[in-house]
Design a protein around this ligand. Structure first.
Ligand SMILES: Cc1ncc(COP(=O)(O)O)c(C=O)c1O
Length: 407
């Protein structure tokens, strides 16, 4: 009798709380909603371009496509400076910018407030014996005051920093930062991998000498190509010596007669796909695209906070392309449980592993993706028994959409 009662309760519970394993749709890896901070989901038009016949990298029609891509990237960065394409992910362009200019005896100042600015610091140490780090807590922004402090009574040949720190969701205030950097006169090397194409970048106005970006994030292309945009000052540093410290990544190999050259086989399908992605940026309009990214960032932050979650980024310096949310000790479980519902969030990197999740809102991410992402996050937190305000995330996001007049 008692056993029958227990079985009855157990059966009832099972039916109520969790759907039968047999009727659950298993999302495969081709069908996940990517809310990672890159690589981003590719629009079907970009996927189609990616599958077009392979081009010969020295043939005119391909060179025209490559020129369109590099000139557009300069344009999206607010400059006519020369953009050099590198075959390799964003780290290849970071390595290229540094190894092409920095010498063993060069004095380098590296601002470090996250995993990618730390990478610039580590690459600098590969090529120079004279690198000074300026560490800031991960989650805090580098400010003009920090630059002032770091430069006090000291002179540097190069300064490295990241514009949008993808590992923490912090957007460094470039107006004030670059103003102070330029007072020191050093050549600036800036990583714009998660800003160029989706946020305001003003290379000429800010006076950036080497701007780095990559295909697979804010530009909306497939991973595998990256870019370095060089100012006249940077080019004059390069012209002063006939070689950098890395053969394949030396920008000297990619420039002939002041124009982009293709010394080695370019990843032609990736460039053709990126050309289509950039055409879509122009169709949307850069200002519209930036405003959309800002709104999606606002909605994700409002949603997370309405659920009672805490953001990592210092207030006033939040990124428009990625949001880092604190989930102490359970971040990796949230990421893997999210996959069960077909949504892929990213976890934390380095010292932030297991402490945060990151939601990317780049490229094609719009209202559908933000509302889906917040609902799935809500469901996952419920599943894992993590305290939060259920049902409030999507409502807060909807409020942001409606006050922006987007619905
Ligand atoms: C700010 C930033 N810099 C550089 C990179 C380059 O990394 P990868 O070599 O994986 O493209 C990334 C990628 O996440 C990034 O977000």
């Amino acid at each position: 009798m008692i056993l029958a009662f227990i079985l009855f309760v157990f059966k009832g519970r099972k039916a109520k709380l969790a759907p039968d394993a047999n009727i659950k749709l298993k999302y495969d890896d081709d069908d996940l909603l990517l809310l990672t901070p890159g690589p981003v989901k590719l629009h079907p038009r970009v996927l189609k371009a990616l599958s077009s016949p392979v081009r010969y990298h020295r043939e005119k029609s391909f060179i025209d496509s490559l020129n369109f891509v590099t000139k557009s990237i300069s344009n999206l960065e607010g400059t006519n400076n020369l953009t050099v394409p590198i075959t390799g992910s964003g780290t290849a362009a970071m390595d290229s910018a540094i190894s092409s200019m920095v010498k063993r005896e060069s004095k380098v100042l590296s601002f470090v407030n996250g995993a990618f600015s730390e990478r610039l610091y580590n690459i600098s140490r590969y090529y120079s014996d004279n690198v000074t780090p300026y560490f800031k807590e991960w989650g805090k922004a580098i400010t003009g005051e920090d630059v002032k402090k770091a430069l006090e009574d000291k002179e540097f040949d190069f300064v490295t920093l990241v514009h949008n720190e993808t590992s923490t969701g912090v957007l460094n205030p470039m107006d004030e930062v670059m103003q102070e950097v330029n007072k020191g006169g050093a050549i600036s090397i800036v990583d714009g991998v998660t800003s160029v194409g989706s946020d305001r970048v003003e290379v000429d106005r800010w006076g950036i000498d080497a701007m780095i970006t990559a295909s697979q994030k804010c530009l909306g292309g497939p991973p595998g190509v990256s870019f370095v945009t060089l100012s006249k000052r940077a080019l004059s540093v390069i012209e002063k010596s006939d070689r950098g410290q890395n053969y394949y990544l030396d920008v000297r190999n990619y420039i002939k007669g002041g124009k982009v050259d293709v010394p080695f086989t370019t990843a032609t399908p990736l460039v053709i796909a990126l050309q289509e992605a950039i055409a879509m940026i122009y169709e949307e309009g850069l200002d519209n695209r930036i405003n959309r990214h800002r709104l999606m960032g606002k909605a994700v932050r409002a949603g997370a906070q309405a659920m009672g979650l805490e953001l990592l980024a210092e207030r006033g310096h939040e990124s428009n392309t990625v949001t880092a949310i604190k989930i102490p000790d359970k971040a990796e479980s949230v990421v893997s449980q999210g996959k069960r519902y077909g949504v892929l969030f990213a976890g934390g990197q380095g010292k932030l592993t297991e402490k945060i999740i990151r939601i990317g809102h780049m490229n094609t991410v719009g209202e559908r993706e933000v509302l889906t992402g917040l609902s799935v996050l809500d469901a996952v937190l419920t599943d894992l028994g993590i305290a939060h305000e259920t049902g409030k995330g999507t409502l807060a996001a909807l409020k942001e959409f409606s006050s922006a007049g987007s619905n």
